[in-house]
Design a protein around this ligand. Sequence first.
Ligand SMILES: Cc1cc2nc3c(=O)[nH]c(=O)nc-3n(C[C@H](O)[C@H](O)[C@H](O)COP(=O)(O)OP(=O)(O)OC[C@H]3O[C@@H](n4cnc5c(N)ncnc54)[C@H](O)[C@@H]3O)c2cc1C
Length: 561
Amino acid sequence: AVYTDPSLLPNSPYTYIIVGSGPGGSVLANRLSANPNNRVLLIEVGPSDTVNPNIRVPFLCTTLVPADVSYNETTVPQTGFGGRSIGYPRGRTLGGSSSVNYMVWTRGPASDFNRLAHETGDHGWSWKSLRRILTGVETLVPPPDGHDTTGEIDPSIHGSNGPVKISLHDKTALDSRIFKATSQLAEFPFNKDMNSGNPLGFGWTQFSIGDGQRSSATASYLTPVLCRPNLDVLVNTLATKVVQTGTQDGLPIFRGVEIAQSCLWHALLSYCYEGGIGDSAELSRFNIRTIVDLPDVGKNMQDHVLLLNPFWVNSSSTGDDIGRDSRRSKDGLAQWEASHTGPFAASVGGNIGWLRLPKHSPIFKQVRDPSSGPHAPHIELLTVNQFFSAVQPPPATGHFMSIGTILLTPTSRGSITLASANPFDSPNIDPALLNSDFDIFTMREAVKAALRFVAAPAFKDYVIGPFGDLAEAKTDADIEAYVRSQSSNVFHPACTAYMSRKGSAHGVVDPDFSVKKTIGLRIVDGSVLPHVPAAHPQAIIFIIAERAAELILASEDSHCS
Ligand SMILES: Cc1cc2nc3c(=O)[nH]c(=O)nc-3n(C[C@H](O)[C@H](O)[C@H](O)COP(=O)(O)OP(=O)(O)OC[C@H]3O[C@@H](n4cnc5c(N)ncnc54)[C@H](O)[C@@H]3O)c2cc1C
C-alpha cells in the first residue's frame, strides 16, 4: 500500500528499507517483496506520480523538468562552459528520473559490462553472464502506429516477458532520409539493433514506451505489486539519515533510517549514533563525526555533455508546429487520450548514431583511449524532428531538425560535496563538464561529424542550413567557442559511489553493492558505476538493480542453509 503519513505504517519491523523509488529502488522493492517472508518499506521524498498527468504522455516529457515532480538543482560554475552554471534536474516522484526522462532505452556496449567485470573481479558483471537479465527486464511491443518493424530491430535479442515495455517510434518522413544517408556515407553505417552489445552505426532508437504510454519504474515494477501485503511505500518523506544500530567485529551496523516530512522528524528506530560516512576531512568541515572514512564518497563524478545543433529544414512534417499551434496541440492530446496514438505517443528523441573517433586522431598521442573497447562509441548523434535546444527558446516560425552531439566517454571527473550539515540543503554539484583536452576535442569532432552527416545527398533540398551560432562556426576555434557557450548535459550523472574489488582501499561499494567497512547498508543506483556508460543509462540501472536483487536474495538463502 502507499502511505503519506509515517504514523500510519504497520508496526512490525521491516526486513529491508529502501530509500528512493527510481529504477534502482523500484526493482529492489518488487524483487525483494516477491519473497513473502520479507517485509519491505520503500521511502520516496517526492509525491505519487499521479500528481502530474503529463508523466504518462511521452511527448510531454519536456514539461517535466523543471516541475513539481523534479529536483531543480544548479551546478557550481563550470570552467569548461566559460563559468556558466547549468540546471541539473532529477525526478522527484515515484519512479524517480524514470518518470521524467526522455525514455531512450539503450543497453550500451558489451565491453562496458566486460570492463566492469574486469575492474571488480566479478565475472557476473560480464555481458555474457548478464544476458538473462538484459532480456528479462523488458518486453518488446509494437510501436503506437503498429507499423511493420522488420529490419528496424532484432526481436531475437529482446525480452517478451519483462516488466518494462519497450518499442520503436512511429515512422516519420525524417527517418527515411536518415537511413538513406547511412547507405550514402560509409562513416555512418546502418545498425539494425543498437542494443546488441555493438551499438556502432545509426539505428532506430528503442524507447521505454509501451502502448503509447511511458513505462517508468513505477508503471513497470511498482504499481503491479502494490497489492502485496508485505510491501509498504511511503511518499512525501525524506530519508535524512541512515542510522547506526550497533557494531559487529569492529564494523558499524546500519539497520535504521531517520525520516522527515517538512521538518517533522521520525526515527524508524529508537536510538542512533550521530555521524557520517564519507571523506573524514570533508565531514569534519561541518563538525560531523566520521563513522566510516570512505574518501571516494561523492568523488569521481562523470556525466555526458550535450550540445543540441538545430538545422533549418524545408518541410512542415516536423514537431515544431505542435508547440506553436494550440489547436494542433489540443488535437494531439485528444488523440492520445482516446487511443494512446499520434504525435503525443512518442518522445521527442528520434534516431541515434554511435561513433568512434578515428584511430589516428591526434588526441590519442596525448591521452589513452577512455572507451571500453573497439566496439564502444565516444560520440552519440541523436536526431530530433524539431527545434530542440537547452539554451535557446524555439523560434516563432520555421521548421527544424536538431542533432544532439553527446560526449559519451569524458575523462573529466567532478564531485558532489556537502554545502552544509543540513540534509534539507542542496549539495555542491560539480560534474566538471568539458574539463579536459580529450573532452573538448571530442565534442568539437562530434559537431563536425554532425555537419558531415547532414551534408549527405539524402538531406539535399531538405536541410537548408545550420541555425544560429553554429552557422558562424567555421574554424576549430569557432567550434570550440560554440561548444563551450551552448553545451549543457544529458542528466546522466554516475560514479559518485563507485564499485571496486572487495578489499580494495578505493571505491565505495563492493561488487555485491555493500558499502565498504559497514554491515547492513547497500547502494543500488547509477552512482555505483565506475565509468559513466557509453549509453543512456536507465536500462543499465534496471539491469544492475536486477542483479543486486538476485545477489541479496541469494545471500538470504545462504543464511538459511
Ligand atoms: C530530464 C531527464 C531525462 C533523462 N532521459 C533519459 C533517457 O532518455 N534515457 C535514459 O536512459 N536515461 C535518461 N535519464 C537518466 C535516467 O532517468 C536515470 O539515470 C535513472 O532514472 C537513474 O535511476 P536511479 O534509480 O539511479 O535514480 P533516480 O531515477 O534519480 O531516482 C532516485 C529517487 O530517489 C529519491 N530520493 C533521493 N534521495 C532521497 C532521500 N534521501 N529520501 C527519499 N527519497 C530520496 C528521489 O526523489 C528519486 O525519486 C534522464 C534523466 C533526466 C533527469
